[in-house]
Design a protein around this ligand. Sequence first.
Ligand SMILES: Nc1ncnc2c1ncn2[C@@H]1O[C@H](COP(=O)(O)OP(=O)(O)OP(=O)(O)O)[C@@H](O)[C@H]1O
Length: 270
Amino acid sequence: MLSDILAQHAISVTGLSKSLHDCKVLDDISFSANEGEVIAVLGHNGAGKSTLVKCLTGMLTMDSGYIVRQNQSMQILSPLDARKLGIEAVHQNFGLIDELDVVSNFFLGRELHHDNLILKMLGWLDKRLMRFLAGRALERLGCEFRELDRLVKHLSAGERQLIAVARAIHFGAQVVVMDEPSSALGMSQMAQLQEVIRTISAQGVTVLLVSHDMPFIREVCDRAMVLSKGRLVANIKIACTSEEELYSYMMGCGHIKEPDNSLNALLRAS
Ligand SMILES: Nc1ncnc2c1ncn2[C@@H]1O[C@H](COP(=O)(O)OP(=O)(O)OP(=O)(O)O)[C@@H](O)[C@H]1O
């Protein structure tokens, strides 16, 4: 049954299309991802990668298609919908506020108030608990982060990214969508990011990773999905392909590879 197959995956996307100003930017995109799978989303400039990310994370409303997660089939109409489904984005700017410290950024918009009724009514935050939880979440990514009181404007790009990822995981993300995560990082920070991605993947979190960085992709990703002119032209295991082949898909050449044959066949038949 189609519904059974879709429900086996951490996330399935079927028939996602999106037009912007009468231009079809995403055309009937269908794919699925397993728990803990790390998937690269590749494509030349204008292929539709950012639009896909925005549709999956509720920043744009898809015109048609639906998402299946946790046996729920729905359209994502807002970032809140995405969040409820356990889908969180880590954007290039990491969604942090420079003038706030690490803990405040970690709980931005989701601050914890004191249990004590009077303190709660006075609007007091439980800063000790927030600090403990933020520190623990960062530790669980394998990062000892001693400077939780520092303003994030004083932190490196790598440290800022860690905060964004730890925050997403702490608040229940099971699918993390990362937009060009390696673009602003030096070599050592890149190695740390690879470790973090491996750590969350081992915890069962699915990672969708938009990137142009082929060595990085080959290092951390299990699979690559290639978009060309808004269509998904390849969906292939990294171990079964080469950089040349991936580039040829990006150029719009080559055959479509479909590891999810059963899913795609059923989708076509349904
Ligand atoms: N607001 C918009 N209105 C009209 N067209 C848009 C809009 N945003 C993007 N597009 C078009 O949609 C297509 C896909 O854009 P998108 O940003 O998703 O591609 P991309 O693969 O992320 O490219 P890049 O790697 O350059 O970020 C492009 O042709 C772009 O010009």
